[in-house]
Design a binder for this molecule. Structure first.
Ligand code: 3PG
Ligand code: MG
Length: 434
């Protein structure tokens, strides 16, 4: 294993990304909002009430067909439950990133159809999320029925968190439920302003996501490990800093591990790395050390001359990467070592792949460690929570998604939570202190 530096970083110099240590000493903003104050609709009489549900229907669609319905499937029990209680359910969502006006390519219609199929209920569709089309569909909605309104982002007011736009949405409901944890990092009209205009509640999926994150980060069974992978340190600086203060073992993988290795003076050949962030990497390692968090870097790696499917590859010790080769995965000794570490922990958080998993055979390390974590979870020895788009794709490929304790449907929101940030969509559900 490449050693975590035995030398101390001499000076805490501010990098372009700020002073890691100072951020470590600040209490995380999560601590500043009281999650216990989140209310659900449990016990409320919703009979014939118009309940606006902010969902995240932002799913992959190709040629008018939903290609991955995971997010929709997760919404179904909550929507069914509301309908079962006699609510008139009005589902709102963004879809893709249209430019603030109607664009057929970003219509929610095919998604609404798929949702109806999964619900096994007829789902009405309004061709605009506000104004006459929305009002007409909502007015015609019977208790126990569900409508989906067209893409919120067809209106500029959505992303601007515009109060006027939120008011037009609020006119369509009596109660607001946010069940879109994966969009809660956006302070948009449907996630922020609207929540302040109607009696606002946390939906079951949002609660599930938060409870999963709380169980690994805020109230974990110790000891805890985190696997953080992916291509770039630059996108995960705050995640690494926040986790270094929270977990006992921080396993760093993916191309971002190369930047850490480079920071330690390890030759990484032609590997992808961010040389401008080596100082930040040292700061993170130093901060981790101060918090008695062990940073684990790969001890052996899979190298190849080219980043290509099927490129001839070999396993070498991390300290012996040939100058003309690049690191594309962690090696088997690293996997075994990390599996031992996770085996000695009670809680695992996983975000990001350990190698270039989308290209065969460079997913082997990620898949093997994922299988080890899944087996420990199944044996009742580990609470495992994973999230982030690539992570879920990797777990799906490894065939272990169902064996983790919880797999988040969120990408950006999951990451922002790991950074220790308050998600505006969650904060808006917590009544201001009076
Ligand atoms: C997501 O897919 O991560 C969420 O739906 C948020 O989408 P956005 O990044 O376009 O806001
Ligand atoms: Mg996104």
């Amino acid at each position: 294993m490449a050693r975590v530096p035995t030398h101390d970083v001499p000076e805490w110099t501010s990098t372009r990304y700020g002073d890691a240590r100072r951020r470590l000493d600040r209490p995380g903003p999560i601590a500043m909002i009281d999650l216990d104050k989140l209310k659900t609709t449990d016990g409320l009489d919703l009979k014939a009430k118009r309940v606006i549900v902010r969902a995240d229907l932002n799913v992959p669609v190709k040629d008018g067909r939903v290609t991955d319905a995971t997010r929709l499937a997760r919404l179904v029990p909550g929507l069914r439950e509301l309908a079962g209680r006699g609510a008139r359910v009005v589902v709102i969502s963004h879809f893709g990133r249209p430019k603030g006006g109607p664009d057929p390519q970003y219509s929610l219609k095919p998604v609404a159809d798929k949702l109806g199929e999964l619900l096994a209920l007829p789902v009405a569709f309004a061709e605009d999320c506000v104004g006459e089309p929305a009002e007409r569909i909502v007015a015609a909605l019977l208790p126990g029925h569900i409508a989906v309104l067209e893409n919120l982002r067809f209106h500029k007011g959505e992303e601007k968190n515009d109060a006027g736009f939120a008011k037009r949405l609020a006119a369509l409901g009596d109660v607001f439920v946010n069940d879109a944890f994966s969009a809660a990092h956006r302070a948009h009209a449907s996630t922020d302003a609207l929540a302040r205009m109607l009696p606002a509640y946390a939906g079951p999926l949002l609660m599930e996501e938060i409870n999963a994150l709380v169980s690994v980060l805020e109230k974990p069974r110790k000891p805890t490990a985190a696997v953080i992978g992916g291509a770039k340190v630059s996108t995960k600086i705050d995640v690494l800093i926040n986790l270094a203060a929270k977990v006992d073992k921080l396993i760093v993988g993916g191309a971002m591990a190369n930047t850490f290795l480079l920071a330690e003076g390890v030759g990484i050949g032609k590997s992808l790395a961010e040389p401008e962030l080596t100082k930040t990497a040292l700061e993170i390692m130093h901060a981790a050390k101060q918090r008695h968090c062990e940073v684990i870097l790969p001890r052996d790696v899979v190298v190849a001359a080219r980043f290509e499917a099927g490129a001839p590859s070999t396993v070498v010790p991390t300290l012996e990467v040939p100058a003309d080769q690049m690191i594309l995965d962690v090696g088997p000794r690293s996997v075994a070592h990390c599996a031992d570490i996770i085996g000695a922990c009670s809680t695992l958080l996983w975000n990001g792949p350990l190698g270039a998993f989308e290209i065969d055979p460079f997913g082997a390390g990620t898949f093997a460690l994922a299988r080890a974590a899944a087996a420990l979870t199944k044996a009742g020895k580990l609470t495992s929570v994973a999230g982030g788009g690539d992570t879920v794709a990797a777990l799906n490929t490894a065939g272990v998604t169902g064996s983790f304790t919880y797999v988040s449907t969120a990408g950006g929101a999951f990451l922002e939570w790991l950074e220790g940030r308050t998600l505006p969509g969650v904060a808006a559900l917590i009544p201001a202190r009076s």
